[in-house]
Design a protein around this ligand. Structure first.
Ligand SMILES: *Cc1c(COP(=O)(O)O)cnc(C)c1O
Length: 243
């Protein structure tokens, strides 16, 4: 068995155990394998081991990888999870299935205009800055509801939920509050009869997977535990890059 296949099994059993402890169904927690800075060949190895959802942080790297894996494009769901510059939105709109890192309406409007009409709606999540650090991307929790009310109206996009990147060592309580915000927005959208499948709370990385599932995550984004370590300094930049 390949190292990636073994790592995937381990991550899967971590998710299983966390779900048992949280008394949740494992089917309700999706796994996005974050392949940033890893090759198309490694993505293919993970795909061959059964993984079908992948996350990328950089537009050019992601677009190139998607092109290199064109033969399995229909079987894979590609998530864009990195900071978005407005001059790059077209490439994202044309190549990806999901964008989890929406941090302002303007970006979503561009993606909506640029989404090719022969493709399904682009699934989006609003990124919320739950740790209050100025360097992190995302709207504040108090802005999230009104922003969602705007996002849900855009054509060619489907608002699917919220995403956050908690600071390292963030408390379980802060993640539970994020889950609570998600539930409130979900109720509000339903009450106002917006027809959207607002079902995704994307939170949880290699180091906080268990705690995120306990707090109610429905989608974990795991890089290191599947593909191995990346360069730490560059990594800090990734997570902190402002617009
Ligand atoms: C890199 C990254 C991840 C994966 O982080 P790991 O700690 O390697 O699991 C998840 N989400 C986002 C937004 C990332 O940039």
């Amino acid at each position: 068995m390949s190292a990636i296949a073994e790592n995937l099994l381990q991550v899967s059993s971590r998710i299983q155990r966390a779900c048992e402890i949280a008394k949740r169904d494992k089917k309700d927690v999706g796994l996005v394998a974050v392949s940033k800075k890893h090759s198309a060949e490694m993505v293919r190895a993970a795909y061959e081991a059964g993984q079908i959802a992948f996350g990328e942080n950089y537009v050019q790297e992601g677009v190139d990888k998607i092109a290199a894996l064109q033969d399995i494009r229909q079987q894979i769901t590609w998530h864009f999870i990195g900071p978005i510059q407005s001059n790059k939105t077209r490439f994202i709109a044309e190549s990806f299935d999901w964008v989890q890192s929406i941090n302002r309406l303007k970006i979503a409007q561009r993606l909506s205009e640029q989404r090719p009409l022969d493709l399904n709606n682009l699934n989006i999540c609003l990124q919320v800055n739950i740790s209050g650090e100025s360097s992190k991307n995302g709207v504040t929790p108090s802005e999230a509801l009104l922003t969602c009310m705007d996002l849900v109206k855009l054509p060619n996009l489907s608002l699917r939920g919220l995403m956050a990147i908690p600071e390292p060592g963030a408390s379980l309580q802060s993640m539970k509050e994020f889950h609570q915000l998600f539930i409130e927005i979900q109720k509000h959208l339903m009450k106002n009869q917006f027809r959207t499948q607002f079902d995704t709370l994307s939170i949880g990385m290699s180091d906080d997977l268990e705690q995120s599932i306990l707090a109610g995550s429905t989608m974990v984004r795991i890089g290191t535990a599947i593909f191995g370590a990346r360069n730490i300094e560059e990594d800090q930049e990734d997570l902190n890059t402002a617009q």
